[in-house]
Design a protein around this ligand. Structure first.
Ligand SMILES: [Zn+2]
Length: 233
């Protein structure tokens, strides 16, 4: 992979730095697999976790997978395609359901939570905060998508995923539908937040609310709840 045009922007040293970093991604549907592809194309190593299959009904929101991947396991097919895209990166894949007992699989320089499952998100949030690993939460349902950066090294007072449960826990794709470009916008913003974090560019915006049909990305500053205990148990 030739990174020379990115190097014009971020410098050779930071591009070299990306090659030494690892991001873990939980959830390999539209957001997760697209964020994975962006990161791999930028030289970042990955740890990817998902227990499900590549579903045809999710295909309008996918990148990376091809028709031949339908009904096969996401973790395995994503690893295969991502390594075909950039053979220089290391992709470790785990075909497992994420629980409290195996959440350590996500140990990396940055975690992206694209699980679209709030029960899983709480486990990931707690793990990331307890280990002081920067977390990027990314989801979408219906018209709306969210990207939340939780990084207590940069922002001690920033809200975590649990603090914003009411705002981020937004219904089901089965009932409310979903839109491919929203998933891809969310994925691009999440991958961007991860890259910025890895090379030391501050993520000023904490919460982004995305609506692709309105062509809208809103920034919101969100504060930690005083009662928040996440990461302490
Ligand atoms: Zn919190």
């Amino acid at each position: 992979m030739d990174y020379s045009t990115t190097e014009i922007l971020i410098g050779k040293e930071k591009q070299e730095m990306l090659k030494t970093k690892t991001v873990s991604i939980i959830g390999l549907s539209g957001i997760g697999v697209t964020a994975a592809q962006i990161l791999v194309r930028n030289g970042v190593n990955l740890r990817i976790v998902d227990k499900e299959r590549v579903y045809e009904k999710e295909a309008p929101r996918y990148t990376t997978y091809i028709e031949d991947d339908i009904n096969k396991f996401k973790a395995k097919q994503a690893k295969k395609r991502l390594e075909e895209i950039n053979s220089e990166v290391k992709v470790k894949s785990f075909h497992e359901e994420l629980t409290k007992d195996n959440v350590f699989l996500l140990d990396a320089d940055v975690i992206i939570d694209a699980s679209n499952n709030f029960k899983t998100s709480k486990i990931v949030n707690n793990f990331a905060l307890s280990k002081d690993i920067p977390l990027i939460f990314a989801n979408h349902v219906g018209r709306k998508g969210h990207v939340l950066v939780v990084d207590r090294k940069q922002n001690k007072k920033g809200a975590c995923v649990e603090c914003l449960e009411e705002e981020l826990n937004i219904g089901s794709i089965k009932e409310d539908g979903a839109y491919g470009p929203t998933a891809m916008m969310v994925a691009a913003l999440a991958a961007n937040a991860a890259i910025k974090n890895l090379i030391g560019i501050e993520n000023v915006e904490q919460l982004l609310v995305i609506d692709a049909l309105k062509t809208e990305v809103r920034h919101k500053n969100v504060e930690k709840k005083r009662t928040c205990k996440a990461g302490k148990n």
